[in-house]
Design a protein around this ligand. Structure first.
Ligand code: SOE
Length: 379
């Protein structure tokens, strides 16, 4: 059966350029039922040498060094944005005006107003859009969503999440440039709040509903760093660490912490949700497992159980190996591509859309504002 091609124009060839491209390359083999298939048409980056090398290594048919030229091409259907956060708005808005579909890396934008312009652009153009909050698509996290939606947990009292890293403790690390743009407030918008807590907030809203108000504490431990762009030592404008408390609209209480200064932790994303009847917890370092405590289990046998989310009946798993065999981080991106293509076929939105992802941006902005004012802030 011949499939309908979806011609991809990827902007950015860094870490996310690789994860997304891997998703496009794997999806047809593992989701053969899809009638649309991605085609690696072109990759775009500012450095010609690096862009050309990436296109050859990963199998793109061509490359561009100017995103406007990429967007203007008639043979491109969808623009995938894998560049630093300050470029998400201009690329998305130009792509929407040209009628292209858009898949944008998280967070949607540096700020809520910037995100609002992006939402207006895609809605006016009527183009398909999504933001890559990939952790939703890990089978254990999707299973948590199914269990919560079934009502099994009863009334929810608590939601807590952490995202801990340790890669910026070295004061000699510069701000700006490849990878390190995450330390430059002008490029990133914020530090751990937009980079890491955004993941936790996206998952939390998806699992537990909207957040109404927040109170936060933020800290910048290293106040000055060499700026790669200017060659000068400059003030650091990002939050290195952030912790916040919040109320969810369903009446439950939230507690979130993120830092790049938790020595020993590389990407420890964990969440736990406690209801009157059951609790769930998940840990990215053991991503195939979902832990559950069910109070309706018989008394003496009651306790936390660990569900190995690798059976054919578990979300996405019938597309992979045989029961009991694990999958990894990269599969979440394959799943996001599969879900985007399926949504296109069905004429439905692929969550989180720009509009839904704006909710996460609003919580991030409220958290940053509260970190400055030391007051509760409504979202
Ligand atoms: C930062 O180190 C980072 O790469 C984030 O930018 C990603 O979104 C996260 O998934 C892993 O950590």
């Amino acid at each position: 059966m011949s499939k309908k091609p979806l011609n991809i124009g990827l902007v950015g060839y860094g870490f996310m350029g690789r994860t997304h491209t891997n998703g496009y390359k794997r999806v047809a083999d593992f989701f053969p039922e899809l009638g649309i298939t991605p085609v690696l048409k072109a990759v775009c980056g500012r450095s010609e040498d690096k862009t050309k090398a990436f296109s050859e290594q990963w199998g793109y048919e061509s490359y561009e060094t100017d995103f406007e030229k990429l967007i203007a091409r008639d043979d491109i259907d969808a623009i995938d944005i894998c560049t630093p956060n300050d470029t998400h708005a201009p690329i998305s808005i130009a792509a929407a005006k040209a009628g292209k579909m858009i898949l944008c890396e998280k967070p949607i934008s540096r700020t809520t107003p910037e995100g609002e312009e992006m939402v207006a652009a895609v809605e006016q153009a009527g183009v398909a859009n999504t933001v890559w909050y990939n952790y939703r698509r890990l089978p254990a996290v999707t299973l948590a969503k199914q269990i919560i939606d079934s009502g099994k947990l009863g009334k929810i009292f608590h939601y807590r999440a952490n995202f801990l890293q340790d890669w910026t403790i070295n004061a000699d690390l510069p701000q700006g440039g490849a990878g390190l743009w995450r330390l430059d407030a002008a490029a990133a918008g914020s530090g751990v709040t937009g980079d890491l807590l955004a993941h936790c907030i996206d998952t939390a809203i998806w699992l537990n509903g909207g957040i109404s108000d927040v109170t936060a504490m933020t800290e910048t431990f290293i106040k000055e760093r060499m700026h790669t762009g200017t060659g000068k030592v400059e003030k650091v404008g990002i939050d290195d660490a952030c912790a916040f408390m919040c109320h969810f609209e369903n009446g439950s209480l939230g507690l979130f912490e993120s830092t790049r200064y938790a020595r020993g932790h590389k990407a420890l994303y964990t969440f736990e949700i406690n209801g009157a009847d059951a609790s769930l917890r998940w840990d990215l370092h053991d991503l195939n497992r979902l832990e559950m405590y069910d109070h309706s289990d018989e008394g003496p046998q009651r306790g936390w159980k660990s569900i190995h989310v690798t059976d054919g009946e578990h979300p996405y798993m019938d597309h992979w190996w045989v029961p009991g065999l694990i999958i990894g981080y990269e599969h979440s991106f394959v799943h996001q591509v599969a879900d985007f293509l399926k949504a296109l076929e069905e004429g439905k939105p692929c969550e989180p859309t720009f509009k839904s992802a704006l909710e996460t941006a609003k919580v991030c902005d409220a958290v940053l504002e509260s970190g400055k004012s030391r007051q509760w802030v409504n979202v």
